[in-house]
Design a binder for this molecule. Sequence first.
Ligand code: MG
Length: 261
Amino acid sequence: MSSCCKFALCLTASGALLSAVAELPPPEMTEYWTPQPPVVSAPADGIPSDAIVLFDGSNLDEWFIMRADEEGEMKPQPANWVLEDGAMIVPPRPKGQPSSDITSRQSFGDIQLHLEWRAPLPVKGHSQGRGNSGIFFMNRYEVQILDCYENETYVNGMTASVYKQQPPMANACRAPGEWQTYDIIFEAPRFSFDGTLLKKARVTVLHNGVLVQHATVLDGPTEYRGLPSYSYHTPRQPLRIQDHNNPVAFRNIWVRELDLP
Ligand code: MG
């Protein structure tokens, strides 16, 4: 059969019309069965069976703060956030006290993160001063948490921005006082053995189920002033949640470790 007859009806040399047999390979040729992915039970509105729970409302054991000791050396201390009704809340900060970012005791590379947060009521402040917090991946790459419900600020610093790098594709904020969700896929940067950057970090963010960052490439760690640039760090680093001196609340925080190519 000539190549012109591969997929359709064609004519023989004598001109008779034939029903051509497609010269396609058997379907099994493009199917493979192993390895089977691991089974993860994923109950409706529940936590996947392979998730690491970092906050379930009962205690702050998975988190710590850094404080200077009497010699001025920074040491880990128990997290001092307020536990209330199954949530943990950024604590009030007396004048002169340092901020109380909380850091996870466990370290991670690529992860899927779920967390729920709530901007405070009554509404106070505006722009960056209203319901500000943030989730720092690897202790340095921030996805912003901010109350941007009827509150404008610079767009690359608004809710669900990669802070000072990339605005979200939508403002999916709920009103302050309402619980909101972040579901985030974070791909850690890759460095070679000599510290050369091989691949930049990427992040995908769903805010209240709305896709707002899609495989956004990060130019480096979050910088408040100046441009970001990468410097080597080890492949696993802790998460950190920001104390920006606004009583933002959090609940239901879990991660799944990913083994991305
Ligand atoms: Mg922030």
